[in-house]
Design a binder for this molecule. Structure first.
Ligand code: GSH
Length: 225
């Protein structure tokens, strides 16, 4: 049985964004049942957990004695076993296109989007943040425009997904784009916004989000009292 480690509690703004959602989504797409293990703040600091995840973060996926950290590595691991996430090995070009876009989502887009998202979530009112914001917005916007241009495809036909059929790359890119939901920036790119909507309309995403949010519902209810 697969075991996914998630944070024991989340601040309300992070519900729907924490990176266990990527893995839940991939597991749902692949039709793989899993159980959830939670780690609290003390657990994150423990030597045992640090051996699994050196930064004390989530997600971690355990599979029969194998433990994997980093959401991208987890999706690659699952993708190597499930063609619903990554084209089979014999389709070298298709598989590499999906792999390249997985790295692009994590390495070329996420850093800029996450930096802006963190600034807005944690430091919005601070003077230094106001000074940095235009530069970070410009860089995130540049990347959004570049992904949007890729989706324009060729011969006037838009690409439905980043690399042919739906893949783990779309899970990563969509979860990165969702970090900007509160800014409305993605809506400035109708093709990119339609792509994001197409991805989150997938039943597997709906199930993953419901399970992820359900994990924290009680905590939110408690906080409201
Ligand atoms: N690059 C890592 C980032 C993991 C990450 O940032 N996890 C956050 C939740 S989304 C976390 O565990 N935060 C708690 C902490 O850093 O203490 C990945 O993709 O797995």
């Amino acid at each position: 049985m697969l075991t996914l480690t998630v944070l024991h509690s989340l601040p309300p703004f992070a519900i729907g964004l924490a990176r266990d959602l990527r893995v839940r989504w991939a597991l749902e797409e692949a039709g793989l049942p899993y159980r959830v293990r939670t780690v609290d703040q003390a657990g994150q600091q423990s030597a045992d957990y640090r051996r699994e995840q050196p930064f004390g973060q989530i997600p971690v996926l355990q599979d029969d004695g194998i433990a994997i950290f980093e959401s991208g590595a987890i999706l690659l691991y699952l993708g190597e076993r499930h063609p619903a996430l990554l084209p089979v090995q014999a389709r070298v070009q298709a598989r590499m296109e999906a792999t390249m876009w997985m790295f692009a989502a994590l390495n070329s887009v996420e850093p800029h989007v996450a930096r802006l998202g963190e600034l807005l979530a944690f430091h919005a009112g601070e003077a230094w943040a106001q000074a940095c914001r235009p530069g970070l917005e410009a860089m995130a916007a540049r990347r959004l425009g570049e992904v949007d241009a890729w989706l324009a495809g060729t011969d006037g036909v838009d690409r439905a997904y980043l690399a042919g059929e739906f893949s783990a790359a779309d899970i990563l890119m969509t979860t990165v784009l969702r970090m900007l939901d509160r800014t409305g920036m993605v809506d400035g790119y109708p093709r990119l916004a339609a792509y994001k909507e197409r991805c989150i309309a997938r039943p597997a995403f709906g199930r993953a989000l419901a399970d992820h949010a359900g994990q924290y519902t009680k905590e939110v209810a408690d906080a409201a009292i």
